[in-house]
Design a protein around this ligand. Structure first.
Ligand code: SAH
Length: 352
């Protein structure tokens, strides 16, 4: 933004003025940006636009969770979810249109992949949620936390995700602390290392299995970056920062990864990694033959981890009545891979 204004022959402080108008006050109409000066406002109106995705569907869950389907300029659409809790408000945002990874238990995967989101399309999700929640200009924050846990693999859209993260943390924009911004990855090892160097927000890793044999099946990316390498990257991420931990996400799949044997193996795996574990009851979606572990099975699993000294929580399922829960975000877009088509055949079976 500073470079842009200096190209216009303007002082660099215009950048922070602009960021404040857009991201703190929610103003995107140049004429209302009164401290910019008449001439500059006229030039901006002539030469630039501030574009926004359009809300094409808004849903409100009985538990207060809200989901927006946003149409992008190219006609694709993505989903964004707001999850209110007593002590915080979390916005779950997407980083790609679809996802190119093919995790067996995720419905975004079934939709296939179209493209990366631009930095603008990523930060626009935060802007739109703030507008819808009437949060701009409020003295108390409504959105206190952001998680990159929507559609897509954020580390495969590295540069745009980093630009958006910087705006989330920037004092003149959203001013969130990096503890309250979490990037979740399926385990892209080189991306984890780069992230540590440029913007070390909180890291969540979708682990889901305690050994390579099982993880290869659930998270195919594991064949490229097996558990040993992933754990080493996680350790590097929090090295020399005694209070930081990696959050490991573990979706509870009945009869697949949920036995006491898996729990004990997980304990051993995470023994030397500063970690906490989030157990996620599997959220069902049409066409999936997978089932969630029962509450009782999840409790046993959790108690084994806790007894072993691992900080463990079961993630409360939120917004599942509006398909807004983990792994249920699908958007609406044209698949550029043949996966959604293949999947449909699998689901429907061969034609008679
Ligand atoms: N690609 C990134 C970001 C997505 S985060 C990643 O894999 O981490 C979404 C989280 O929800 C991930 O932990 C994912 O594994 C989990 N998830 C996906 N499908 C799910 C489902 N059907 N039920 C519960 N959790 C699911």
């Amino acid at each position: 933004m500073e470079a842009f204004f200096s190209q216009q022959g303007e002082k660099s402080f215009r950048a922070s003025q602009m960021l404040k108008w857009i991201h703190q006050l929610g103003v995107i109409d140049y004429e209302s940006m009164t401290n910019l000066g008449k001439n500059l406002r006229a030039r901006l109106s002539e030469n630039t636009t501030i574009g926004l995705p359009e809300i094409i569907h808004a849903q409100h869950s009985s538990d207060g969770t809200r989901k927006w389907l946003l149409r992008l300029a190219d006609g694709n659409s993505i989903e964004t979810v707001f999850i209110p809790e007593e002590d915080r408000g979390t916005l779950c945002i997407s980083s790609q249109v679809g996802c190119s990874l093919n995790c067996t238990f995720c419905s975004t995967a079934r939709q296939g992949y179209n493209r990366n989101l631009s930095a603008g399309e990523i930060i626009a999700q935060l802007w739109i949620a703030n507008r819808e929640l009437a949060a701009f200009g409020q003295s108390q924050r409504v959105i206190t936390n952001v998680v990159l846990m929507g559609m897509g693999e954020p580390l495969l859209n590295f540069d745009n995700v980093i630009s958006a993260l910087h705006l989330m943390l920037e004092d003149h924009a959203y001013g969130l602390s990096k503890r309250r911004v979490t990037l979740s990855t399926a385990g892209l090892v080189p991306g984890i290392d780069r992230l540590r160097e440029v913007c070390d927000v909180s890291l969540a890793v979708s682990l889901h299995a305690p050994d390579d044999e099982l993880r290869d099946q659930l998270v195919p990316l594991n064949k490229k970056y097996p558990i040993r390498e992933l754990m080493a990257a996680c350790k590097r991420y929090v090295a020399n920062q005694p209070r930081r931990k990696i959050t490991f996400e573990y979706v509870m799949l009945s009869g697949i990864n949920d036995t006491p044997r898996h729990a004990n193996k997980l304990l051993r795996l995470l023994e030397h990694v500063p970690s906490k574990v989030n157990l996620i009851p599997f959220n069902h979606f049409p066409g999936s033959e997978l089932r969630s572990s029962s509450g009782a099975v999840i409790d046993v699993f959790r108690d084994i981890l806790i007894a072993g000294g691992l900080m463990t929580m079961t993630r409360k399922t939120r917004g599942d009545d509006i398909d807004a829960a983990c792994g249920q975000l699908v958007g609406n877009f044209q698949d550029r891979t043949s996966r959604s088509h293949r999947m449909q055949k699998v689901v429907q079976g061969p034609r008679p």
